[in-house]
Design a protein around this ligand. Sequence first.
Ligand SMILES: CC(C)(COP(=O)(O)OP(=O)(O)OC[C@H]1O[C@@H](n2cnc3c(N)ncnc32)[C@H](O)[C@@H]1OP(=O)(O)O)[C@@H](O)C(=O)NCCC(=O)NCCS
Length: 434
Amino acid sequence: MSLIDARGILADTTSAARLADSGLEYRLVDFGDPVRAKAFQRAVSRGFLGEEPNAEALEHGRPPMQWRRNTGVYDPGSGDDELPVATVNSWVAPMTVPGGVEVGMWAISYVTVAATHRRRGIARALLEGELRAASSAGVPLAGLTVSEATIYGRYGFAPAIPMSRFTVDTRKAGWAGSLAAGRVEYVEKEQLAADLGTVHERARLARSGQIPGWRERWEGHTGMSPADSDRGKVRGVRYLDESGEVRGALAFTLREKGDTFRFSLSVRLLAAETPEALRALWRFALQHDLVDEVTADLRPLDDPLPWLVADPRGVTQVVHDHGWLRILDVPAALGARTYAAPLDVVIRIDDELGFATGDWLMRVDADGGTHIDAVHGEQADVSMGIAALSALYAGGVRASSLHAGGLIRAETETVDRLDRAFLALPSPSLDIWY
Ligand SMILES: CC(C)(COP(=O)(O)OP(=O)(O)OC[C@H]1O[C@@H](n2cnc3c(N)ncnc32)[C@H](O)[C@@H]1OP(=O)(O)O)[C@@H](O)C(=O)NCCC(=O)NCCS
């Protein structure tokens, strides 16, 4: 799909004015200027409590920032005019929605505020500025992955793509899965990064919530980032099907538990395009000699892992929030995806920031045709905040849960119809951080 280049969207004037009132400058950062680019990267690393990046780490981290829209906040009184006291960056990513099509999502990353400038409203200015910029560019949806789950609800974001963290006691779990034809082989890091990217790109349209990764993202998983203190530990394998085509790749590290000669295998990323590839790579990890424990995060909720072992109590599955979404344009966002059942409801949306406020008639015909129209003066069947609608959007959160939690107000029968319509199969997934 063709997407706009976020770098062309000007800095938000409302946030600029608000920060100027506090003596701060809010502006887009020219990453063609090496001094400013380096300062921005240093501020990001400091903001995330990372090490002072060396030249190699700066060089490796720069390319993905060059194609993003980087915004900094500068304090002329801070002693270093070039070092921002707050950072954020963004780009428009094609996110898969139910039905296997893509919608433009304003992806927000690198939100940091210097510890010297915290709790003065700078993050609020950044986030609201991002949402206004996205909306002005006609992008219907914003998204992020978060360090803390308490920060972004106030801006209308909601956890919409829950993921699983698995911990496997391999001796207890054993293995009961069938063997996949094809073969698993070790690959060097460069090849592993390429294979992860290839498989991820081929697989991502199968699950709502996924966005494309980028070269440095795959290189990060394979231990090629100079800033990665575990990089020496990363190994990788790939799965080739019977015809020799790569269908899956697995990056992992091994850590000895004390001096026991027993190891824990930590999955850094498992990308699989077919069930055979997934089975073969899980088997490689769980049946690895000397490995007592396998851990893997960011797996979809319907991952077959518990069904591949002899004793499912050897597998602990913890569900947690990962992908957060925020709808900005109700007709464009809701109209982009397909629905699992017909629907005819008036939804009243309350949005503190105003982007989505209103009454929306949502009709999904029996043939799947979807119509979303603003209506006035009609009785609403259901009312909710924009965060609740955003939680439902990818099809991984149940309307009945939000209703029981008091976040959706409607008759139970309406909630049931919303649930049937919004459900996405297979489970949504977002298996990378951004
Ligand atoms: C999180 C962070 C960006 C907040 O920046 P900030 O400028 O201090 O935030 P603001 O002053 O704009 O606060 C805005 C609101 O968020 C709340 N808030 C800020 N940080 C919060 C946190 N960590 N947890 C919960 N609430 C938080 C504030 O209380 C305020 O609430 P209110 O508007 O309802 O009164 C900053 O603490 C930071 O850089 N943390 C480390 C890096 C990080 O985790 N970044 C987020 C990456 S996803």
